[in-house]
Ligand binder design. Sequence first.
Ligand code: GDP
Length: 235
Amino acid sequence: MGDHAARRREDIASRPALHPPEPAPDTDALEAARRLFAGECRFIAAAHTARDLPPDRLPEVAFLGRSNVGKSSLVNAVTGRNSLARVSRTPGRTRQIIFFELDGLMLVDLPGYGFASAPKSEIARWNELMTLYLKGRAGLKRVLLLIDARQGVKPADEAFMTLFDEAAVSFQLVLTKLDKVPPAELPERLAEVAAAAARHTAGHPQLHLTSAHASFGIAELRASLGALAAPAAPG
Ligand code: GDP
């Protein structure tokens, strides 16, 4: 991470409207999460059909968002690895559900939605697998629903929020590409996105504000995910 990124990070952090309303995670939580994400991160499965889903045995956090929202970049930033999300971008494998295991936490990379060119049969298959996963997974603790900070919440994002309400799946909105939003537009943009989450019973009240390119909000996101991990086995 060069000086340029550090400067952008400082610039973002100094904008008053960007400070999340919740207290920042304490240093113990940040350190525990840093260690969790610095540890082993194993590729477990790429599920194309329900039969390929791995056993439901750990707490899981799933990343979801429109195509191009910045999901691969965010998954890579959070895990500190540049190769994880690339698996899901291999042509022909884009609509699989990818599972990675940390020590006590499964990270799940769900396929991006909103693509225009996919054949109808492919979209139907994909919708079926997603719905089955999202509604039937006991270990799924939270879905991180990524929203491009420049674009705000779109109807397709709203449709997922409604599905989460129906399925009682907790979701949290994560704004991406924060470095791209002109400071003057931020307060209004944040208020709109927070209001969208508040309209849904399954919506977590805290927004995560991130920029993968400026490494902004990444440690805080790790801490919030770390809090969902299974406690380490004694000894
Ligand atoms: P995905 O399709 O959701 O996996 O999105 P990608 O991670 O591939 O990102 C899509 C585009 O957005 C790429 O051109 C990225 O370089 C860009 N992008 C991703 N994250 C950021 C960010 O934090 N800031 C900016 N400015 N661009 C980003």
